[in-house]
Write a protein that binds this ligand. Structure first.
Ligand SMILES: C[S@@+](CC[C@H](N)C(=O)[O-])C[C@H]1O[C@@H](n2cnc3c(N)ncnc32)[C@H](O)[C@@H]1O
Length: 211
């Protein structure tokens, strides 16, 4: 069993989180992915307690944001996904789920009307083909100060300089896709981590902090 799974099961909140999230396709894999993101969220939010809200883009069942609201000193969490989900989201305090397209909803501030204007940390766990959109949303919105994203499906990385050289050196297409995403992040300090405790081969984590 992954160390992350052990850690999740030892949390007091794990039962509440699982009840709120509803059905999961591959629970162990999903939990390790969320725990990989939580590790980086923790290091930001423990430094500045109750300063941030979390916005979970392409949230799926919202496991990561629901875990975050239970575990970390954050103000609120918002999850956005275009697909209807079966979670019991009404039970979770300081949390809202929006069934929306991330490309259409972000500027509709009415969706956050119950929240004062505040600073956000955007998270995205395996957001499929929207990873480029998420980088754009991060770049364009000053109220998002940090981004933590674990990309999945490889997209187009033709704009990546020296990609054939990097490929010859042994970098996988997934690594090149990750580098393409990182190169498009503006005005931020960016790091990439490969988290081997995540039970998925798509285990690169991009962490960006605006300057
Ligand atoms: C692979 S799933 C990952 C879900 C979740 N983050 C997780 O790790 O379990 C990708 C999600 O992105 C959502 N999605 C794709 N395009 C979207 C868009 N434009 N706006 C909102 N959600 C989107 C899909 O509905 C799907 O739930």
């Amino acid at each position: 069993m992954s160390e992350y799974m052990d850690r999740f099961l030892s949390l007091k909140c794990s039962g509440d989180v699982l009840n709120a999230v509803g059905s999961m396709h591959k629970p162990e894999k999903e939990i390790t992915e969320s725990m990989g993101i939580i590790k980086h969220l923790k290091s930001i939010t423990l430094k500045e307690k109750m300063k941030y809200s979390v916005i979970d883009l392409c949230a799926g069942n919202a496991l990561t944001s629901i875990l975050a609201i239970h575990m970390l000193p954050i103000k609120n969490a918002i999850a956005i996904d275009k697909k209807k989900r079966s979670g019991h989201y009404g039970k979770v305090k300081r949390f809202k789920y929006f069934e929306q397209d991330i490309n259409k909803c972000w500027f509709d501030m009415s969706m956050v009307d119950s929240y004062e204007i505040q600073k956000f940390i955007a998270i995205a766990v395996h957001p499929c083909k929207t990873a480029d959109d998420i980088i754009r949303i991060f770049n364009e919105n000053p109220i998002i100060e940090h981004l933590i994203m674990m990309p999945c499906c490889n997209g187009d990385f033709k704009d990546l300089k020296n990609s054939s050289f990097l490929k010859e050196k042994g970098l996988s297409k997934y690594d090149l896709w990750t580098l393409h995403l990182v190169n498009n992040i503006k005005y931020a300090d960016v790091s990439i981590y490969t988290d081997l405790k995540v039970l998925s081969p798509k285990n690169n984590i991009i962490v960006a902090h605006k300057k």
